[in-house]
Ligand binder design. Sequence first.
Ligand SMILES: *Cc1c(COP(=O)(O)O)cnc(C)c1O
Length: 385
Amino acid sequence: MTERRHDLYLLTPGPLTVAPEVKREMLADRSPNAEPHSALTAMVRDYMLELCNGRGTHECVPIQGSATYAIEAAFHAFVPRDGKLLVIQNGFYGMRLREIAEGIGLAVTALEFPMLPLPTGTDIEAALAADPAITHIVLCHVDTGTGIRNPVEEIAAVASRRGVGVLVDAVASFGTFPLDAAALDLTAIMISPNKGLEGVPGIGIVVAKRSELEEAKGRSPSVVLDLHAQWRFLEEKGNQWRWTPPTHVIGALGKAIERHRAEGGAAPRLARYRANWRRLVDGMRQRGFATLLPDEAAAPIIATFHDPADPAYDFRKFYLAMEKRGFIIFPGRLTAAGTFRIGLMGDLVESDITLILEAIDESLAELGVASFAPRDEGASAPAAA
Ligand SMILES: *Cc1c(COP(=O)(O)O)cnc(C)c1O
């Protein structure tokens, strides 16, 4: 029997399964005004900068809320009211970026792409040349709606040549995939504590270029999402927070960072996710499932599979059968209909993948699904993606 390491496996793009020792940190009451909590906040802020090579050029500003709050706060701070934001939209979270930007009344141009091929520097060059009013670009690093990873280095190089700022939704990728804030001269990186960092949800984090953060003074029409004010408060009050901070969440993140360091940082974490992803994708293919993406385009933090064509298959029933066994899976997004997703971020090791595959076998047997093959035979071939 394979050891079951968690009661409930959250195989979703967040919240995700976290280690027991991270959860245990939340049992402590912490005074937000006392030194230990300020020291923890300082450590968290510094580690974010360390992970993206931002020490000296960038600042880290955590904010209460989920990662989406950090995205909206960054839009308020960095895109001036007379500026214009180019949204690279090639997946569900790209669509979400556009909704947020439009929702807060920014001038927006959306550059829509199919899921594949990925946008190139040349595409972005052309879009910037066509509209000189564009001051900033935003894109997802890894779009967890499908699992694609955008070529942020190539796009940032084009933007930098044209003096256009780049904001990166690295919510799903941070702490796993490399991202160099200084080398790419990024305006802002938006981060979650609860994806690759394996903490719990409750704050959003922005790493921002210091010079642009200084210019953001007085720009935000929101009080609570004012990144500049949040930054100044943290700086002036010795890492105390404006308003009540989620002390339990920050405590858990402190432990999650300890674990991240102990694992060896981002590269070994990505290697663990990749090994788990490989095992899952291979196991699913042996059963007849097909992935949405060809392997070379897939970020190994989430795997998206086509629904089986077998008439006995029904996602809702499959979901419930999996839930009953303690595994939460996720439907496909609008941008990838007819698929379901299995998230691989979180405290998962290879033996957990064995359990996941067993639960899938049992669940689909319960539904009476005999064949796991998708409707479209060529579904996981690059040409069909
Ligand atoms: C999860 C996710 C978000 C949203 O984060 P929340 O914490 O739910 O607000 C944004 N972008 C990407 C790419 C994500 O994976």
